[in-house]
Design a protein around this ligand. Structure first.
Ligand SMILES: Nc1nc2c(ncn2[C@@H]2O[C@H](COP(=O)(O)OP(=O)(O)OP(=O)(O)O)[C@@H](O)[C@H]2O)c(=O)[nH]1
Ligand SMILES: [K+]
Ligand SMILES: [Mg+2]
Length: 448
């Protein structure tokens, strides 16, 4: 018999209410011992929770019982909604560990059980993880859609189409001797396969937005020392995150703040000023600044009117800095009016001041526009993780091979269709993903 697991599923205590969740075959006996009996399923019941050994009343709580398989995990599940005091929760967890067949849950174990019992597919599991991690409205919406199964249904549908195509091809072999099966069946199937490949490729292109929405856009402040980068970070964040002084070389570490720009997640990164002459610590800061810049979705080049145009330094073999979009931010515009109409070779130039009221409004507005353009996701489900991207790319590749190699025997081409279907099955967890599961569930917190 499986272990019965339990954990504090709500956040940190102390809190008004804390929720302890149990799942497994011993839930009923645990409720009998702790609450006196098993309440009617799916109805909140007030119960005194007692220590079964001493009879001591630990707390008065709302108890909810869900009878398997109609529960989150598919097993019997109970929730104890108790008072969120440290001692209350500690004592309840202690008493639960003393009950036969019960043990504390590992991270993600409730969700893992839901997956193992077919209550959720892997994309839904990931959607749930994303929902818990969502920091902005757009992220929340995407996560809810994925948790609801929209992405999994799309991939299942594609997979079914592939399986059907393969069946058609194989049926053709079986009836190859009979005259009444026209050879055009396979032509039609390969036409469908080519069309599906295009659909997958199209989905991959649009899914860049889905991945970006999940991880947030990276906007990196760069520029020479004292250009006003840290001041901009503080102004845009609305709080004093970075140290600002008149000394060149103040910032050495990479600092970041998470901004919610109109529902879109943006990570704004402050970096060390770039210059040739620098001490050891600052040099390391500059190295890190350049690394972050290379991975940026957008670089904001902070520049005083007399300051240098964007220049990221040398020694990056194989990296093309012109690939990274750069905007000029004319800083300290309260001191000197920035040159008009000059974006100094960058996509855009915006003036900003950190000392006058609303001095960074224009920049904030432009960044919000950039975020919504770059990650506008629309209504269709999108791939949100590299894992999905890899599997989809393999699927399209295998499918392309099957379509193109028309001189190969039909059996071999049909086998490619099976492999393509398997790539999609790995995304939803329908087929052999044992190796992946630990990685995916590790991201969950305990109690989920
Ligand atoms: N008047 C005025 N001064 C500013 C403005 N922004 C920054 N400063 C001043 O410029 C100096 C440098 O600002 P920082 O924000 O530390 O510049 P930084 O680019 O982060 O500098 P490093 O971290 O040393 O590379 C400080 O004395 C700031 O007070 C501004 O908009 N107007
Ligand atoms: K400074
Ligand atoms: Mg700084």
């Amino acid at each position: 018999m499986a272990d019965t697991i339990f954990a504090l599923s709500s956040g940190a205590v102390p809190s008004g209410v804390a929720v302890i969740r149990l799942s497994g075959p011993h839930v009923r006996s645990a409720l009998e011992r702790l609450a006196g009996n098993v309440p009617v399923a799916r109805k909140a019941s007030v119960r005194r929770l007692k220590d079964p050994v001493t009879g001591d009343v630990i707390d008065e709580a709302l108890v909810l019982f869900f009878e398997g398989p109609n529960s989150f995990t598919g097993e019997d599940v109970a929730e104890l909604q108790c008072h969120g005091g440290r001692a209350v929760v500690a004592r309840l967890l202690d008493v639960l560990s003393g009950l036969e067949g019960l043990r504390p849950a590992e991270a993600g174990e409730f969700t893992r059980r839901a997956f193992d019992r077919g209550r959720m597919d892997l994309t839904e599991v990931e959607g749930l993880a994303d929902l818990i991690a969502a920091e902005t409205e757009a992220q929340r919406k995407q996560a809810v859609r994925q948790m609801g199964g929209a992405l999994g249904r799309l991939y299942d549908d594609w997979r079914k189409r592939l399986i059907h195509m393969r069946a058609m091809i194989e049926a053709e072999f079986d009836f190859a001797d009979e005259d009444d099966i026209p050879g055009s069946v396979s032509d039609q199937v390969w036409g469908e396969a080519a069309a599906l490949k295009r659909e997958i490729e199209d989905h991959l292109v649009r899914s860049r937005s889905g991945e970006r929405l999940r991880s947030g856009l990276q906007v990196v402040l760069m520029g020479p020392p004292n250009a006003g980068k840290s001041s901009l970070l503080n102004a845009l964040a609305g709080r004093d995150v970075a140290i600002v002084t008149e000394e060149a070389g103040t910032t050495r570490d990479v600092l970041e703040v998470h901004l919610d720009l109109g529902g879109y997640p943006v990570t704004l990164v402050d970096t060390a000023g770039l210059r040739e002459e620098a001490g050891r610590v600052e040099q390391e800061g500059i190295r890190r600044a350049r690394e972050r810049g290379k991975a940026a979705d957008l670089i904001l080049w902070a520049r005083e009117p007399q300051g240098p145009a964007p220049a990221f330094g040398a020694g990056d073999e194989g990296f093309d800095w012109t690939e990274v979009p750069v905007w000029t931010v004319w800083t300290k515009s309260d001191l000197e009016t920035p040159p008009k109409q000059d974006s100094s070779g960058t996509i855009k130039a915006i003036a900003a001041s950190c000392t006058v009221p609303n001095g960074t409004d224009a920049l904030l507005k432009a960044l919000t526009g950039f975020a919504s353009e770059t990650i506008s996701v629309g209504e269709a489900p999108l791939a949100t993780r590299q894992r999905h991207r890899h599997a989809l790319m393999s699927c399209a590749e295998v499918l392309g091979r099957a379509v193109d190699l028309s001189h190969l025997p039909g059996e071999l081409r049909a086998e490619e269709l099976r492999q393509a279907a398997d790539c999609l099955g790995r995304i939803t967890g329908r087929i052999d993903v044992e190796d992946l599961l630990d990685v995916i569930f590790r991201d969950f917190c305990i109690g989920k």
